[in-house]
Design a protein around this ligand. Sequence first.
Ligand SMILES: Cc1cc2nc3c(=O)[nH]c(=O)nc-3n(C[C@H](O)[C@H](O)[C@H](O)COP(=O)(O)O)c2cc1C
Length: 181
Amino acid sequence: MTANECIRGRRSIRQFTDKPVSRDVLAGIVETASYAPSWKHTQIVRYIAVEGELKDKIASECTSSYAKNGEIIKSAPTLIAVTFIKNRSGFERDGSFSTPKEGGWQMFDTGIAAEAFCLAAYEQGLGTVILGIFDEAKASALLSLPEDRELAALIPIGYPAEEPVAPKRKSVEDLLSYMES
Ligand SMILES: Cc1cc2nc3c(=O)[nH]c(=O)nc-3n(C[C@H](O)[C@H](O)[C@H](O)COP(=O)(O)O)c2cc1C
């Protein structure tokens, strides 16, 4: 699979088979995703693989604002909580912000890592979907996240039970402009 095929072929998967995701396969995906770039190579992203009763509890108790996400989490054998260590990416050693984006680089780094994770999973035949709508406070409490960590997104992962068509993309004309003086 070329990088082009991988980027174009990955789809958000919302229905999964019962086949479990082995620890070896998941470790390989995280290892690949660790090659994502990060602010001053701070590597702040941490993945928590959640299975069993805790996964279903997160599905039931943290998705009231969008119940469909609860169904997706229940369908997946494993749920990845994508977290990051706070106050490193985009920060100076004395705790001040490095740029006017302030703490924004933390989510920037985490987004890059999340896409790398999803692409690495796709190459292994696994489906993923990044979920942004959930009760963050409740999910963080269920995951017993320490003070220095933040939950950025949830990614259900498993073997796909659907083959969705790619939603239409904007044209290059819409996406790209040139400037010259
Ligand atoms: C930051 C972010 C948050 C998202 N949140 C959700 C979500 O809460 N529920 C969901 O079903 N899909 C969610 N998605 C998936 C998008 O809907 C999906 O990427 C988009 O429709 C394009 O489809 P594709 O991923 O198959 O190319 C999210 C994607 C991103 C990047």
